[in-house]
Design a protein. Sequence first.
Length: 348
Amino acid sequence: MPPFTTRPLGRSDLHVPDVCLGTMTFGEQTSEADAHAQLDYALAAGVNFIDTAEMYAVPARPETSGASEEIVGRWLARQPRDKVIVATKVAGPARSMSWIRNGPLALDRANIRAAIEGSLRRLQTDYIDLYQLHWPERNQPMFGQWQFDPAGERGATPIREQLEALGELVREGKIRQIGVSNEHPWGIMQFTRLADELGLPHIVATQNAYHLMNRVFETGLTEVCHREQVGLLAYSPLAFGHLSGKYLDNPAASGRLTQWPAFGQRYTKPNVIPAVTAYAELAHRHGLTPTQLALGFVRSRWFVASTIIGASSLEQLKETLPATQTPISAELLAEIDAIHLRYTNPAP
């Protein structure tokens, strides 16, 4: 496997490999032994960037909350800490997970501080390299929603207060860099503007869904993130397995969508199956697997700082990690764009 490219993360001095290992299956689909084998395999391949969250494993439930961090923490305790880049996230109130911190009421100082203390303990470390707000506290469309609805307005911790709370933790050495997740252009601009005006830490990354069937990021966020120096950490590059093509041949194939059908709501929109079919056919015409096409496309994009891949098993990781390095020619990209114009963002 060729070496992975290292890219700067935003305007920070943090350089990350262009592929990151996601861990949301650890503690649910993936046993601790297999998870540690995945971490060993990724690290040996040059992928020393690990992403987790206080709410993981997924699907989120009280019994497995924090399990992914604990599993990573027991592995991390055996590694030279400065050789591994660890990212984790604080859960906000928008998804009503009452078992986290007795119900995360806000992304305010008290909740952010309690969250990071818990993550540091579970990860068995003194600091987090990249600490992210898992999703905005304010009203906005996310996780398959695609229209902003002002009728959904609710109270939310001002972004200034969120930044101030994060800034305190940066000064204390508990966080190196900060980021956001599932953000929109307005949010990115507010975070960067307030950081400039108040001398607070800049966000260096946003973790958003991005794949062949969801290129919404390109519409407004590419310019904003380029000008404000915010890197994209692209998650769900295989669209929950759809873009591997496995559900075309066997709708009952083993995977998260068949184990937990609720995840599939994002992919029940009319043009999903025609788009997956078109991309699979394109991959085969070029002598590629659908997985190689999908992962190679995301990694090739100029605005993607790192592509987050996850696997339920070591065997699956051994397929997907090399697939991320699939080259995408100008000719192939033109054919991808032609399909995109025919089936534009069927699974936002």
